[in-house]
Design a protein around this ligand. Sequence first.
Ligand SMILES: [Mg+2]
Length: 245
Amino acid sequence: MIPILSNDGLSALRSLMEKRPLLAFDFDGTLAPLQPHPEKVQLLPNVRQILEQLNERTPVAIVSGRARTDILRYFPKPLSFVIGNHGAEWSDRDEDEPDETAVARAWKAYLTPLLHGDAWIEDKAITLSVHSRTKDILDELYTAVDQALATLPPIRILPGIHCINIIPQGTPSKADTLMRLLRETGCSRALYIGDDETDEDVFALKDPRILTIHVGQRPSQATYVLEEQEKIEELLKTLREMPNS
Ligand SMILES: [Mg+2]
């Protein structure tokens, strides 16, 4: 991966910004530093402000694994798109829509009695994240999930950082989401930045329209890397200073 703040990275960003690209971001571990509990995560006011400024020039999207309402709290001034549940939740839920929550409810009912120690379930209505920072407990829960695959509604398991993401089969991935965002915005280019396994779906597309940046030091299929999350503000400032044509 090429460091995004290197000369090569900056020149790729410059030519991207000339095209009025869609700017899409994961949230936790990308725009805001990871915390042991998502409730504790804070977004720096400067980061929020630069995103708002960028959004005056070009569409900005947040694509998070959290519930959409949870992410909206961080953005009192709305951005073009705030999408939750790894790409499955584009707007506020409508009571008349078909119930997309049945699969997550069945899995929650199965997993809840198995929780112990520091394990807990983040219930995001459409998807679940089972969290534990204790490796043995997380391994145990992985085994429990495996054992129930044959009997409970079909899911996709996405390993996260200190968590297991449980996603009903057929739910759009972050990659599907980026494709839909490109269609809906009419943008010819996009930037996507993320730090987690769910972001690898976007990186794996290897779509020449999307400039991909992985945050952190783990291996990734992204083309570019931002090794330290703290540098996100510098990266956003750099984008802000680059002219659109
Ligand atoms: Mg993340």
